[in-house]
Design a protein around this ligand. Structure first.
Ligand code: MN9
Length: 290
């Protein structure tokens, strides 16, 4: 089994002038991040605008990243959808093209019961031979599984861990204590060291797309016991994340990549395009800190 610990950019999806997935740019980003030393990628998640992609486009993103990364790093495909059937279809597809794991946000919109959400996860885990990582993001999904429910899922032989995107770090620590073997990813980049302090094994994050080096360093310093050093870089990264939050995180990240020479286009509607003033602001606020 591949290494699941460490730093995993949640890849953005580039769009070209005609609003089609720009596979060349996606490959370039994958290559650049591998050079920086990331441990793997989280593909077609929230950051990748998964819910704004057609089925065909999502499959194209999975395939493109696999082609670019080969077997060099660990690949986790986000296969989450509202429908269990559809999530299982994506899971089978990514398994067939060589992904190392699947992950899924809880099914949302219809306010399914937690018992239904648990069944959804088990159905995905049972459908493939690669492990499943639960994507816990209550602020977006509206689903808050209890500690007992998360622990029950993590006891399933094919459920490996949880991508934990929440401010409730007490709960992260409780998951760690109950499930010592689970892989736990910190989800909010701006609180990476909080996650590590409470027992996370690494992080999956959107800002890593263009500053994975900072998070690799935070993780290394943390592991070597240099907490002060890790904190210093976290604070630097947070100046950047503060600027991104002012304009919209994903739109801002694409704009930063464009300023760095990529051609990532803009986020899909209903996300809006940034104004020239916003892009100038990002240029001044972020580029000197990279
Ligand atoms: O889970 C990302 N969450 C979302 C990962 O995109 C909703 C994070 O990387 C955040 O984008 C980042 C900025 O708040 O921490």
């Amino acid at each position: 089994m591949k290494n699941f610990k460490g730093i995993f950019p949640a890849l953005l999806t580039p769009f070209d002038k005609n609003d089609n997935v720009n596979t060349e740019q996606l490959k370039l980003l994958v290559e650049k991040n591998i050079e920086q030393g990331v441990d793997g990628f989280y593909v077609a998640g929230s950051t990748g605008e998964a819910f704004l992609l057609s089925e065909e486009e999502r499959r194209l993103v999975y395939k493109t990243v696999k082609e670019a990364a080969g077997d060099k790093v660990t690949l986790i495909a986000h296969v989450g959808t509202v429908s269990t059937k559809q999530a299982v279809e994506y899971a089978k597809y990514v398994e067939s093209i060589g992904y190392d794991a699947v992950s899924a946000v809880a099914p949302f919109y219809y306010k399914f019961s937690n018992a239904q959400v648990v069944e959804h996860y088990k159905a995905i885990a049972d459908s493939v031979n690669i492990p499943l990582i639960i994507y816990n993001i209550p602020a977006f999904s509206g689903v808050e599984l209890t500690l007992d429910e998360i622990a029950e899922l993590l006891s399933h032989e094919n459920i490996l861990g949880v991508k934990y995107t929440s401010n409730d770090y007490f709960k992260l620590q409780q998951i760690r204590e109950r499930c010592p073997d689970a892989i736990i990813y910190n989800g909010f980049d701006e609180m990476m060291i909080s996650g590590l302090a409470m027992g996370a094994d690494g992080g999956i994050g959107s800002t890593y797309n263009f500053m994975a080096d900072k998070f690799i360093r935070i993780h290394q310093l943390w592991k070597s016991g240099d907490i002060k050093g890790a904190q210093e870089i976290q604070w630097q990264a947070n100046k950047i994340i503060t600027a991104l939050c002012k304009v919209g995180v994903m739109a801002g990240e694409k704009a930063v990549l464009n300023l760095l020479g990529f051609d990532f286009g803009v986020c899909r509607k209903p996300f809006g395009e940034l104004t020239d003033e916003q892009i100038d602001y990002l240029k001044e606020a972020i580029l000197p800190l990279l």
